[in-house]
Each structure stands twice: as structure tokens, then as C-alpha cells.
Design a protein around this ligand. Structure first.
Ligand SMILES: [Zn+2]
Length: 170
């Protein structure tokens, strides 16, 4: 039998959620991207993917991972977005001062090992050597994907976490 989860660990967040739901405004939405936008970006907490583009909940499909990389799972999301969820424009958005673009895999593994108190060197961490070159390759991966329609616009941008500005790279 499944153990009932204790609310204690999450009580502050659940209190905030009850407040959020009190005047819930998104109940009538379907799951399509109202603004026709999909964003692939980093998990970094300094990034507000909707806010930085002047968008609101309901407007965009958002896929996040360390580094904002176009992984197989990101491509799966973009194919679904383009065919079933109204996605017409895709922004791939890594950012300045990203940990996975400024450390080696050994350095990240060493930090995780120190935190975990156990060896993490066996774990694969996807680091980026050359952020711009990687961004170009990631954008090309989306553009050349056979299931991403030719009419879908794909752009690569770098988000500056210190100014909030996007630089259109490719
Ligand atoms: Zn990052």
C-alpha cells in the first residue's frame, strides 16, 4: 500500500497553491501554445522563460534541462508542439554564466561527489565546450529534423542573466 505523503515538507508551497487556486484564471485553457511559441532553455532559476518574451501562461510550450540543450527529449517535445500544439516558432535559449558551459565534466562530477559524499564520476553530465557553436548545432538539429515542418521558424539566442537581454545568434 502506498504511504500517504506528508504535507509537512511542502506545506509552505501548498499554502501558496491554495492562494493561487482561489482566483484561478487558467481553467478554461486547452494545452495548445496560444502564441505559437516553444522555448528550449536551461533549468537555471535566473530565467523566466515567459516573462523574458512578454508572454503569459498558456502562450508557450517550455522545455527545460541543464544548459538548454536540444536533446532527444527536447526534439520529441518540439515535434509534438509543431504538429499538435500550434507551435510555429521555436527559440533555443542557453544563457550566460551557465554552469554546464563554464565547467568541465570532471569539475561538475567533483562538485557532485563532494556534495553527495560518494563518487559521482560514473555519472554523465552534458557539458558544453563552445556555447555558440553548440547553439548553432542544436538549432540545426531542430531545422533539419524530418518531423519538424519546414514552415516552423527556429532561432538560437543567448540570454544574458545580468541584463535580461536576448542576443539573436543564429
Ligand atoms: Zn544554465
Amino acid at each position: 500500500m502506498a504511504e500517504r505523503p506528508l504535507d509537512d515538507d511542502f506545506s509552505d508551497l501548498l499554502t501558496a497553491n491554495a492562494e493561487f487556486a482561489r482566483d484561478f484564471r487558467y481553467g478554461g485553457f486547452d494545452g495548445v501554445a496560444k502564441a505559437g511559441v516553444a522555448i528550449v532553455t536551461c533549468m537555471d532559476s535566473r530565467i523566466d522563460p515567459l516573462g523574458m518574451l512578454g508572454l503569459s501562461p498558456g502562450d508557450a510550450k517550455i522545455f527545460r534541462n541543464p544548459g538548454g540543450r536540444v536533446t532527444d527529449a527536447a526534439l520529441e517535445a518540439l515535434v509534438l508542439g509543431a504538429h499538435l500544439l500550434n507551435v510555429q516558432r521555436v527559440l533555443v535559449v542557453p544563457h550566460t554564466r551557465c554552469a554546464v558551459a563554464s565547467s568541465s565534466e570532471e569539475e561538475i562530477a567533483a562538485k557532485v561527489s563532494a556534495s553527495a559524499g560518494t563518487d559521482a564520476s560514473w555519472h554523465h553530465f552534458h557539458v558544453v565546450d563552445d556555447q555558440r557553436r553548440t547553439l548553432e548545432m542544436d538549432v540545426r538539429k531542430v531545422r533539419s529534423h524530418p518531423l519538424v515542418p519546414a514552415g516552423v521558424k527556429v532561432g538560437g539566442f543567448i540570454y544574458d542573466v545580468d541584463t535580461g537581454l536576448l542576443e539573436h545568434v543564429v
